[in-house]
Design a protein around this ligand. Structure first.
Ligand code: FPP
Ligand code: MG
Length: 302
């Protein structure tokens, strides 16, 4: 399996991140009308850094299957990142994790107030679908676009991210069994990563067998990603993470790390990500940048 060296990977990553941020900036609502506070809160939430992993995975998954250009890729990248951002804004609210910092600065509700924090999340969620449906209406490959939209809605909803968050919130402060922790991770974190890879593949014209593999890669990357998040919550510091370290302990959360310890957790991250790379290798297309990205995600420090 082919990987990029560090310098080439970082250069490409910067270019791709900048391209994604330009699309996000262009798509966000603007104007000086009476409801402008919500425009500012949306902009603050979306444009405040972030690794842009989900749109990046979407774009790279697409490239595995086709060389054609399709505007739907940018449309779904935007919608996905807006949904991801709304989930962070709501997750940080006092009623949920009650965190004051994210991406190295104050959370949306700290800056704009709790009311606007709630509304900014709602607005981003609605605007994501507004953007996606508008795109789908003009799609060259209409059927693919509709299938991608359904995946987005399902993976973000009660069978995906929202479902995982419900169990996470309900079980906070209670002891959990390993299968329950895995369920939460697969849904609250894995579902959007599955959506990223699946949507890219669907738009690229992948067949059912390839889609099943992409979904499994997303599940494995999601598990590895969330366990790494738990590890960093214990071993990282607030400055490096850009969000409060030891948030899980503060919120009395049972995590993979609290159940299995740091060493076993690091081993699990490596196993899940190696398995994801193996499946990726079994697909016909080649994308060394994507291989390197998946490897990097599970070695990340923030
Ligand atoms: C960090 O992503 C986010 C996660 C590891 C996912 C945690 C799951 C939730 C917050 C679900 C919340 C759901 C609802 C419905 C409120 P990242 O490291 O990619 O963050 P970045 O974009 O800042 O880089
Ligand atoms: Mg949380």
């Amino acid at each position: 399996m082919e990987y990029l060296d560090k310098a080439e990977f970082q250069e490409k990553m910067q270019e791709k991140t900048a391209a994604i941020e330009a699309i996000l900036q262009e798509t966000l609502p603007k104007g000086d009308s009476l409801q402008r506070t919500i425009f500012h809160a949306m902009d603050y939430s979306v444009m405040g850094g972030g690794k842009r992993i989900r749109p990046m995975l979407l774009g790279e998954a697409y490239r595995l299957f086709t060389e054609e250009e399709d505007e739907m890729v940018a449309v779904f990248m935007t919608a996905l990142e807006m949904i991801h951002t709304y989930s962070l804004v709501h997750d940080d609210l006092p009623a949920m994790d009650n965190d004051d910092y994210r991406r190295g600065r104050e959370t949306t509700h700290k800056v704009f107030g709790e009311d606007m924090g709630i509304l900014a999340g709602d607005a981003l969620l609605n605007y994501a679908y507004e953007t996606a449906v508008q795109g789908v209406a003009n799609a060259k490959h209409g059927e693919r676009a509709v299938a991608a939209l359904l995946v987005l809605a399902k993976k973000a909803g009660v069978y995906g991210m929202v479902g995982g968050q419900v169990v996470d919130v309900e079980m906070t402060g209670k002891p959990l069994r390993a299968e329950q922790v895995e369920f939460i991770y697969c849904l609250k974190t894995g579902a959007l990563l599955e959506a990223s890879l699946l949507i890219g593949a669907i738009l690229g014209g992948a067949d059912q067998a390839a889609l099943a593999r992409m979904e499994e890669i997303g599940r494995l990357v999601g598990l590895a990603f969330q366990i790494q998040d738990d590890i960093l919550d214990v071993t990282g510091n607030t400055e490096e993470l850009g969000k409060p370290a030891h948030s899980d302990e503060k919120n009395a959360k049972t995590t993979f790390v609290s159940l299995h310890g740091l060493e076993a957790s690091a081993k699990a991250v490596k196993e899940y990500s190696d398995r994801a790379l193996e499946i990726l290798d079994s697909l016909p297309g080649q994308n060394p940048y994507l291989n390197t990205l998946i490897r990097m995600l599970t070695n990340r420090k923030k």
